[in-house]
Design a protein around this ligand. Structure first.
Ligand code: GLV
Length: 326
């Protein structure tokens, strides 16, 4: 008997064809609209496998409805959208897609840093809006990247990949992490710093840590007040790590110089959000891993985890939580 797998968003045919060899595949067929909650709550009842996105809240209520679910495969590296404890209680495996998106996300993080530092969006807009005018000495002047100090909060895979980019720009790299990584300090030529010191010394602060309730609003009014007035905050992790109200105030008052944000507390960000009124913020729609190759690699990995577990009866490739003994 074939198992049934539900996918919460339209995925490319290549992925559907792969899964269809092994399973009955059901899918929410919209590309730009998340699956409505009531449909998810209904679908979850009679499926063995779920492939979901970071925008799907797979909480206790959803998990409680599942009668035969064996695997929740998240098509993202972050899995704060899933109640892993609730899944564990029902012995449901949870997987994510680490590794395959590391370099692409580090690329985007550095691109966002450069865009915010050199005011690329404002400068580009000025050309299109006919505001170029005469060349003038201080027009569109930004901050130097080469030789500046980069503070990385959270030295995981993506943080480490970011260091390689920073090293190419001769940056002095500080990092703060729950556990100090002495061997990485040697290998990458970086320095450990307590959070307060990192905030005070860095020209760029990049948030590269996973979201959990422990780090909710890790960067708030007090932390922003420690940063240099010329400093730039970059967030490609999760919106909830930053107190957006405090960030808005800090940017508006010139307490920090600029921000580059790929993630927000609410996504999509509401159009009347105060951050969108500021010209010293570069905003992106959560595209850290968005290269064609990487998004396909992520989708394949999410599918392969399901095939391994449901068809092969094997251990998943990239478990977040694994309850079955193999
Ligand atoms: C993207 O934010 C991811 O977690 O993969």
């Amino acid at each position: 008997m074939k198992s049934t797998v539900y996918i919460t968003r339209k995925l490319p045919d290549e992925i559907i064809n792969k899964l269809s060899q092994y399973f009955h595949v059901r899918m929410w067929k919209e590309e730009n609209i998340p699956v409505p909650r009531e449909i998810l709550l209904k679908e979850i009842e009679n499926i063995e496998g779920l492939i979901c996105l970071l925008t799907d809240k797979i909480d206790e209520e959803v998990i409680r409805k599942a009668k035969q679910l064996k695997i929740i495969s998240n098509l993202a590296v972050g899995y704060n959208n899933i109640d892993v404890q609730a899944a564990a209680k029902k012995e449901i495996i949870v997987t994510n897609t680490p590794g395959v998106l590391t370099e692409t996300t580090a690329d985007l993080t550095f691109a966002l840093l450069m865009a915010a530092a050199r005011r690329l969006v404002n400068a580009s807009d000025s050309v299109r809006n006919g505001e170029w005018g005469a060349w003038s000495l201080m027009q569109h002047t930004g901050q130097d990247i080469f030789g500046a100090t980069l503070g990385i909060i959270g030295l995981g895979r993506i943080g480490e990949a970011l260091v390689k980019r920073a090293n190419g720009f001769d940056m002095n790299v500080l990092y703060y992490n729950r556990t100090r990584k002495l061997e990485k300090e040697q290998e990458l030529g970086i320095h450990y710093s307590e959070l307060k010191d990192l905030l005070q010394q860095s020209d760029y602060v990049c948030l590269m840590l996973p979201y959990s309730p422990d780090v909710h609003h890790l960067i708030g009014k007090e932390e922003l007040s420690l940063m240099k007035q010329s400093a730039i905050l970059i967030n490609t992790a999760r919106g909830g790590i930053v107190d957006e109200e405090a960030l808005y105030e800090a940017l508006r008052n010139g307490d920090i110089w600029a921000a580059g944000l790929d993630v927000f507390e609410q996504e999509p960000i509401p159009m009347d959000h105060p951050l969108l009124s500021l010209s010293n913020v570069v905003t992106l729609p959560h595209i850290g891993s968005a290269s064609v190759k990487t998004r396909m690699r992520m989708a394949h990995l999410a599918a392969d985890n399901v095939v391994k577990v449901l068809y092969g009866g094997d251990a998943p490739i990239t478990p977040v939580y694994q309850c079955v003994k193999v």
